[in-house]
Design a protein around this ligand. Structure first.
Ligand code: C2E
Ligand code: MG
Ligand code: MG
Length: 566
């Protein structure tokens, strides 16, 4: 606060029709305050509307002409700004104290007035309390929407549950679909208006139900409200409000609900998490924008929690293993084993075999993927080295690099460290980076891949054609080998158009000196067509599913035999 602000005196408004009373009280107060005067409620209202934010306290007589003190209190109570200014009622009327306190007054002074010091002390105390309250309010409310902030939301819900136990209350999480696009397309001011209107619509629809609402991060709203069966109509009403206000933006709402079950004692934070998980399940699903947290989701989130808590010990106990799927070179007359891809499996003692689809996305969200990948890379490298030693053949293995790994500043050191540890060359340890990692304008990621390539690593672009990249992109990216996604492969026998597409991908890749791998090849027909189109390498169930290392040796032995004969 500047010196100037600190020295500025606060203002007190005295409202009394008796000039003598006004002056008497004014004389007492003006030793500490700037005093303003009004002769009745109406005049007071005029002064307040002109400068409400500068007045710290109102001293109010009850019996006055035109607008008396009671009416003044009633009108003040309904005014958002005025109700923040505390009122001390001046009264000689016996029995009016309780009534005026009920109307919103904070304190009262009896006429004739007490000792001067007592009056000053009471005003001072009231002003101080009100200012403190305002500071709290400025942090309890979200500035943009006027709803509570998350922290206060939790606080007030907890309080309400304590004082009204046993009431069935649900939690709703409301989210605006692709809100970032609203901001990007229509600008921030428009985006802010959408958020404000969403909050206003929530208040209008739920204001009198005794609920509590807040806005949390960006476009996420939490609502705590009495249990109801039907949430579609609530969502539709809110949606209609937004459609009316923002017809061109087509803002879509989705909501997730955590119904409260009787006798279930779960803290509010967890109930919000549940409603949020439910809300996430209807992301981008425009036909059913309402979801309820249910048994299934509960099982899923329990499983996620379990996997997160167990993964590190699972790595130690070697429950996480690398499986190997062979890749065959089909450029010659007979397919020849040329390399393999390491794919992780979790062999869980109680849950059985868990496939990577069940945990990789989860671990990518919380960064645990880095530990998993490092473990799989080392297992794969150890295996290449063991095969070399045992059979005298070098089978290069590709490992998967998650997008998250590419943010790790220690990535290059980790990978080169592994090569050193197992005495492998760059030609024995390839890196598969999924197409999606290249997407977006993250120069940093492309630079990291480029520096790995410059060191000597062979980079395979995984899942090419799964929908994100274009052929044009390939010309500027660090890629040595193109792995066509199984979707492209699957459709190759189904339509001529797809065959042309695959054919041109292969030609373009060759033109840029990239080899082409087709993954997910399940049938002979696919294999034959790919060979005709010039594809170099094939990976898929047609040859083999991913296998544990000891079973993979079958292919190595076959290869040795064939080479011996050749
Ligand atoms: P990906 O790297 O594209 O691996 C190919 C997936 O296709 C593997 O699934 C493989 O088992 C499956 N597959 C292979 N041939 C066929 C086939 O002929 N037909 C069908 N329908 N599927 C086939 P998987 O092992 O379940 O792995 C799924 C994805 O999980 C992988 O896709 C990869 O993105 C990720 N992943 C697997 N292991 C790791 C790992 O160690 N680290 C990281 N970061 N990701 C991994
Ligand atoms: Mg892969
Ligand atoms: Mg793939």
């Amino acid at each position: 606060m500047s010196q100037d602000m600190e020295n500025r005196r606060r203002q007190v408004l005295i409202v009394d029709d008796e000039i003598v009373n006004r002056l008497m009280l004014g004389n007492i107060l003006n030793s500490e305050y700037d005093v303003l005067y009004a002769g009745d409620g109406l005049e007071a209202m005029e002064i307040l509307h002109a400068q409400s934010n500068r007045i710290s306290c109102i001293m109010l007589d009850i019996l006055m002409p035109r607008m008396d003190g009671r009416e003044f209190l009633r009108q003040r109570r309904n005014d958002e700004k005025l109700c923040m200014i505390p009122v001390i009622v001046l009264t000689s009327e016996v029995g009016s104290e309780v009534e005026t306190l009920d109307l919103g007054a904070s304190d009262f002074l009896k006429k004739p007035y007490d000792d001067e010091k007592v009056i000053l002390a009471r005003v001072r105390r009231l002003v101080e309390l009100t200012e403190n309250r305002r500071i709290i309010q400025s942090t309890e409310r979200d500035q943009l929407t006027g709803l509570y902030t998350k922290q206060y939301f939790y606080e007030y819900v907890t309080q309400q549950e304590y004082y009204s136990p046993g009431r069935l209350m649900d939690v709703v999480v409301l989210n605006i679909e692709k809100f970032h696009l609203v901001n990007e397309i229509y600008g921030r001011v428009y985006g802010d208006n959408v958020l404000r209107e969403t909050a206003a619509a929530i208040r209008r629809n739920l204001g009198d139900q005794g609920g509590i609402e807040c806005r949390t991060d960006g476009d996420v709203f939490y609502i705590y409200l009495p249990h109801q069966e039907d949430y579609n109509s609530l969502r539709d009403r809110l949606q209609t409000s937004l459609d009316t206000q923002f017809p061109k933006a087509r803002v879509r709402l989705r909501i997730g609900v955590c119904l409260m079950k009787p006798d279930e004692d779960i803290e509010i934070e967890r109930r919000c998490d549940r409603a949020k998980s439910a809300c996430d399940t209807v992301k981008d699903i425009y036909t059913s924008p309402v979801a309820f947290y249910d048994e299934d989701m509960q099982q899923k989130s329990l499983l996620s929690m379990r996997m997160i808590s167990e993964v590190e010990s699972a790595i130690e106990k070697r429950q996480l293993q690398a499986y190997f799927q062979p890749k065959f070179d089909i450029t010659g007359p007979v397919p020849i084993l040329c390399s393999a891809e390491a794919l992780v499996r979790w062999n869980h003692p109680e849950l059985g075999m868990i496939s990577p689809g069940a945990f990789i996305p989860l671990f990518e969200k919380n960064g645990l993927i880095q530990k998993v990948d490092y473990h799989v890379w080392r297992e794969a490298a150890a295996q290449v080295s063991a095969w070399k030693e045992e059979y005298g053949v070098s089978i290069p293995v590709s490992v998967n690099i998650s997008r998250i790994d590419l943010y790790d500043p220690g990535l290059v050191d980790k990978l080169t460290g592994i090569l050193k540890e197992f005495d492998l060359s760059y030609d024995e340890f390839y890196l598969e980076v999924t197409e999606t990692a290249y997407v977006g304008d993250e120069k940093h990621i492309v630079d990291t891949i480029m520096s790995l390539q410059e060191l000597g690593f062979h980079i395979e672009m995984d899942d090419f054609g799964s929908g994100y990249s274009s052929l044009g992109m390939l010309t500027s990216l660090p890629v040595d080998i193109l792995k066509m996604d199984m979707k492209l492969v699957r459709d190759i026998c189904r339509s001529r158009k797809n065959r042309y597409l695959v054919s041109s991908v292969i030609k373009l890749a060759h033109y840029m000196s990239m080899r082409v791998v087709a993954e997910g090849v399940e049938e002979k027909e696919q294999c034959d067509l790919l060979r005709e189109e010039g594809c170099d390498v094939i990976q898929g169930w047609y040859f083999s599913k991913p296998l544990p290392a000891d079973q993979f040796t079958r292919f190595i032995k076959e290869k040795k035999q064939a080479e011996g004969k050749g």
